[in-house]
Design a protein around this ligand. Structure first.
Ligand code: AMP
Ligand code: MG
Length: 772
C-alpha cells in the first residue's frame, strides 16, 4: 500500500526539463498513458534504436563522436571494428609448401610415367633444402627447377620457380633403402652438395598441378576486406587481420553499461538483514551485473555499479543525470509500476523519448525503454550522442526475465555479436515506420532482426498442463531435460526436451528462476483465438535456453543460436503415444513401425497426415470397427494414397478428455506427428453423453468450417434422412482441420469417400505458407 503523500505526486507531475518542481497538487492518473505493446514490437523497437547507436559508433574515426580509437591488433581483442580492415599483402605472398616433402616439377613425373601405366617410383636429384621462412638453402631464392630435380621443403617454405607439385615426405624414400620411409627429422634427407637422389612414389594423387602448394594470394589477396566494420574481433578474426598485414585497427570504445537498483527498502549486499525488518537485500543489481558479465563475456563492455537510487525525486534526478554523461546503456530496476514512488517513467519522458512503457508480457509488464540524448564534445565540435535506457521492473524474477528477453539482444548487437545477420542500414526507415504503425495496431509478426541475437530457442514438450494467461504472453520458468528417443543414434532424430515448470511463478519468487534452465512461451493468443484455458500436457512449446546445456547429449547437428531442434522424431511421437491416458489406445496397423528413417519423414511430409479419433465409452482397439473402416478408406483412396494415418486413438465420451486429445494433437510442433486433419468418429448424436461437437467447438472457437459441416450433412442425407440427427461440427485448431463424423462404420463408408475429394485441397490451403 502506498503511503506517499499526494504532494510527491504533484512534484512528479510538474517537474520540467530544468528539474524545477511545482508544488501544485495534481491527481495521479491510474490509467497508464503508455499503450501496451507486443513482445515482437518491443524487441524490434529496442533493436532498432540499438542498431542506430551501433551504426553511429562504428562510423569510423572521422566522425565528431568519441566512440572510436586506434589500437594495435593484439590489443583489440574482442573490440568492435569501426572500420573495415583490408589486406595490405597477398597471403601467402610467395608460393609455399603445405607439406613437408619435396618440391618437384610435374613434367618430371609425366616424363617418367604414362597415364595408362603409372610408374611406381620416380627418382629425383636433390638440389636444395628450403625451410620455412626461406632459410637453409644455398641461395635464399632457389633457381628454377629442372626436370628430374627436386628441393626438400618444410611446411611453409617457399618453393622454387617451376615447381608444380610438392610430394609429401611420407610418399618418398631414400634410394638406398627402397620402401623405408625417411626419419621424422631431416637427418637422412640427402645433402644437395652430394647430388644424391630420392625415390618418390609417383601416384595419381600428384597428377594435378598445384598439389600441396599454396599459391600467391590464395588465402587472401591484397586489398581484399578481411574484417568488416561492426564485427567483434574474435581470436580467429584477430589472427586473420594480423596475417593480412594490418598492424592497427580502428575500433569502438567499449560500450559503458551502468546498473542501478532503486527503492528505499533496499540494503546493499554487505548490510546484515534484520529479523522482522521491512528492509530487503538488493539482489537485482548483483544479479544483473553478473548476468552481463556472463552473457556478454569477452565483449569488452565495461560495467559500472551505479548503486541504489532512493525513492526521492532528487536522488533519481542526480543519479540518472550523472550516469547519462558516462554511459551508453543504463539499466535500472524498480520504480516503473503504478505506485506513488514509481518515478522513473515520468522522468524519462521529460529528459528523453520513452519508446514504450508497457509490454504484453508476464512477468515484465511495466518494462520501459527510452532513448535519452546527451550533448557531446569531440574534436572541438559540439554534437549529440544518446543513451539507451532500460527501466526494468523491481521484482527480481521480472528483472531476470526482461533482462534476458529484451536487454541481452541489445547488448549483443552493440558488442558486435552476429552483425552479419543484421538488416541492411538502408532498411531502417521502413522498419521504423512499420514498428510505429504496429505500436497502435499490434500487427507485427515478422522480426526485422536476426533471432540469433536472442537466447537459443528450442521446442519442448510439456510435462504437464500450464494455464494460459489470456492477456499477456507468459515466460514460464522451466526445467528442460533431454529425453533420447528410440532412434537417438540417427542424426538429428529421436529425442526431445521435456519441459517441467519450476512451480509457483510469482514474480517475486526467485526460487522459480534459480533451478530453471529455460523460459517457455505460453502465448496468450491461444486463449483469445482458440478459447484454450490451458496448454495441455504433451503439447509443444517454444523455449529459450537460459543455461548452457552441458549435460545434454544433443543429436547432431548440434544446436546453434536461434536454431530450432527438429521435432521430426518418431521418438517424440511414440513417447507421446505411450503417455496417453488409459482411455486412449492405438489401433495396431501394418503401416506402423516403431522407428522410421529420416527419409520416410521427408516423403511423408508431402502426404496429408490424418489423425483418427474414435469417441466411445465402450470401444477398445479390437472392437473399433469405425476406426478400422476409416483407415481402410483413407489408405486405399488412390494408389499411392495421398493420406497417411499417423495415429488412431480412442477417447471416452467425456468433453474434457476429447478437448484435451484434440488440443494435444493439433498443437504439436510442425512435423510428422502433427495431423493436417483430425477425423472424430462418434459422439455426435442426441444422447446425453454425445459431446463431441461441444468439445470440438471448445477447441476451434470461432474458426468454424461451416462449408464442411454442410458437405458432411448433404452427403449423409443422400443415404438416409437419419443423417439429420447427427450434430457434427467442423473447424480449425492451429493448422489442423477437425471434422466430426458419426460413429457407425456404415456412416463412415457412406460419407468419408465423398469427403476425401475435398480434403487434399483443404489441407494444402491450411498448410499455406507454413508448409513444413
Ligand atoms: P517496484 O518495481 O519498485 O515497485 O518493486 C517491486 C517489488 O520488487 C518490491 O517488492 C520491491 O521490494 C522488489 N524489489 C525492487 N527492487 C529490488 C531489488 N533491487 N532487489 C530485490 N527486490 C527488489
Ligand atoms: Mg520501488
Amino acid at each position: 500500500m502506498s503511503t506517499e503523500p499526494i504532494a510527491t505526486w504533484s512534484r512528479r507531475g510538474k517537474a520540467n526539463k530544468n528539474n524545477e518542481v511545482s508544488n501544485t497538487p495534481k491527481r495521479q492518473q491510474w490509467e497508464s498513458e503508455y499503450p501496451m505493446v507486443s513482445m515482437a514490437v518491443a524487441i524490434d523497437q529496442i533493436l532498432y534504436y540499438t542498431y542506430e547507436m551501433h551504426l553511429a559508433r562504428t562510423r569510423g574515426l572521422s566522425t565528431k563522436h568519441n566512440y572510436t580509437e586506434v589500437l594495435s591488433v593484439p590489443k583489440a581483442r574482442n573490440r568492435v571494428l569501426a572500420e573495415d580492415v583490408r589486406a595490405t599483402i597477398n597471403v601467402p605472398s610467395v608460393r609455399t609448401s603445405i607439406m613437408d616433402g619435396f618440391a618437384v616439377c610435374v613434367e618430371a613425373l609425366s616424363q617418367t610415367s604414362t597415364q595408362n601405366e603409372p610408374k611406381e617410383y620416380v627418382d629425383f636429384k636433390v638440389v636444395e633444402r628450403m625451410y620455412a621462412g626461406g632459410t637453409g638453402g644455398a641461395s635464399a631464392s632457389p633457381q628454377e627447377l629442372q626436370p628430374g630435380e627436386c628441393v626438400y621443403v618444410t611446411t611453409g617454405a617457399p618453393v622454387p620457380r617451376g615447381t608444380t607439385v610438392v610430394i609429401k615426405v611420407e610418399d618418398c624414400c631414400p634410394c638406398r633403402e627402397l620402401g623405408v620411409p625417411y626419419k621424422a627429422d631431416d637427418s637422412d634427407i640427402p645433402e644437395p652438395s652430394q647430388a644424391s637422389f630420392i625415390r618418390s612414389q609417383a601416384s595419381a594423387a600428384y597428377a594435378t598441378p598445384g598439389t600441396f602448394i599454396r599459391e600467391v594470394g590464395s588465402d587472401v589477396s591484397a586489398g581484399q576486406i578481411v574484417a568488416k566494420r561492426g564485427q567483434r574481433i574474435s581470436p580467429a578474426l584477430l589472427a586473420t587481420i594480423l596475417s593480412a598485414g594490418a598492424n592497427q585497427v580502428v575500433v569502438t570504445v567499449p560500450p559503458r553499461i551502468t546498473v542501478f537498483s532503486s527503492g528505499d527498502e533496499l540494503l546493499t549486499d554487505e548490510t546484515e538483514l534484520g529479523e522482522s525488518s521491512p528492509m530487503i537485500r538488493d539482489s537485482n543489481r548483483p544479479m544483473l551485473l553478473s548476468m552481463i558479465h556472463q552473457e556478454i563475456e569477452g565483449s569488452e563492455a565495461t560495467t559500472r555499479d551505479g548503486g541504489i537510487i532512493r525513492d526521492t525525486y532528487d536522488d533519481l534526478v542526480n543519479a540518472i543525470n550523472t550516469a547519462i554523461q558516462t554511459s551508453d546503456v543504463i539499466i535500472t530496476t524498480g520504480a516503473v509500476s503504478m505506485g506513488a514512488r514509481d518515478l522513473i517513467k515520468p522522468y524519462l519522458g521529460e529528459i528523453g523519448k520513452v519508446v514504450f512503457g508497457r509490454i504484453k508480457m508476464k512477468p515484465g509488464k511495466p518494462t520501459t525503454f527510452a532513448v535519452v540524448p546527451r550533448p557531446s564534445q569531440a574534436h572541438g565540435e559540439a554534437s549529440q550522442e544518446s543513451c539507451l535506457f532500460f527501466a526494468l521492473p523491481g521484482n527480481p524474477v521480472s528483472a531476470y526475465v526482461t533482462f534476458l528477453s529484451l536487454v541481452l539482444p541489445a547488448l549483443r548487437l552493440l558488442t558486435g555479436f552476429s552483425v552479419d545477420a543484421l538488416p541492411a542500414p538502408e532498411l531502417l526507415p521502413s522498419i521504423k515506420s512499420k514498428l510505429d504503425q504496429a505500436m497502435q495496431s499490434g500487427n507485427y509478426n515478422e522480426s526485422a532482426f536476426s533471432t540469433s541475437l536472442q537466447l537459443p530457442k528450442v521446442t519442448a514438450k510439456l510435462a504437464h498442463d500450464i494455464v494460459i494467461d489470456p492477456e499477456r504472453d507468459e515466460y514460464h520458468r522451466l526445467v528442460l531435460t533431454w529425453t533420447p528417443g528410440h532412434n537417438h543414434k540417427q542424426q538429428g532424430e529421436g529425442g526431445y526436451f521435456l519441459a517441467a515448470s519450476t512451480g509457483g511463478q510469482a514474480s517475486c519468487r526467485l526460487l522459480s528462476v534459480a533451478g530453471s534452465n529455460a523460459l517457455g512461451l505460453i502465448p496468450s493468443h491461444l486463449a483469445v483465438e482458440h478459447n484454450m484455458r490451458v496448454i495441455p500436457k504433451d503439447a509443444w512449446i517454444d523455449a529459450w535456453l537460459t543455461e548452457p546445456l552441458n549435460d545434454v547429449q544433443l543429436p547432431a547437428p548440434t544446436l546453434k543460436p536461434g536454431q530450432r531442434i527438429s521435432t521430426c522424431g518418431c521418438g517424440s511421437k511414440h513417447e507421446m503415444e505411450s503417455s496417453h491416458s488409459s482411455t486412449e489406445s492405438k489401433v495396431p496397423s501394418s503401416s506402423e513401425t516403431n522407428v522410421r528413417s529420416a527419409q520416410d519423414h521427408h516423403t511423408s511430409s508431402s502426404r496429408i497426415k490424418v489423425s483418427l479419433i474414435t469417441v466411445s465409452d465402450t470401444r477398445v482397439p479390437k472392437t473399433d470397427l469405425t476406426g478400422a473402416e476409416a483407415r481402410k478408406i483413407l489408405e486405399s483412396f488412390q494408389d499411392p494414397s495421398p493420406f497417411e494415418v499417423i495415429e488412431a486413438r480412442i477417447v471416452k465420451d467425456e468433453q474434457k478428455e476429447i478437448v484435451r486429445c484434440l488440443q494435444e494433437s493439433s498443437y504439436r510442433s510442425p512435423g510428422p506427428s502433427r495431423p493436417d486433419i483430425i477425423l472424430t468418429m462418434g459422439g455426435t448424436g442426441f444422447g446425453p453423453r454425445d459431446v463431441t461437437p461441444e468439445a470440438t467447438r471448445e477447441v476451434v472457437g470461432t474458426r468454424i468450417a461451416t462449408g464442411i459441416e454442410h458437405f458432411v450433412m448433404k452427403t449423409s442425407l443422400k443415404f438416409t434422412d437419419m443423417g439429420a440427427l447427427s450434430r457434427g461440427t467442423a473447424g480449425i485448431s492451429n493448422q489442423t482441420i477437425i471434422i466430426n463424423l458419426p460413429g457407425s462404420p456404415k456412416a463412415i463408408k457412406e460419407i468419408l469417400p465423398a469427403l476425401l475429394g475435398i480434403l487434399p485441397h483443404a489441407a494444402r490451403l491450411i498448410r499455406g505458407s507454413h508448409e513444413h
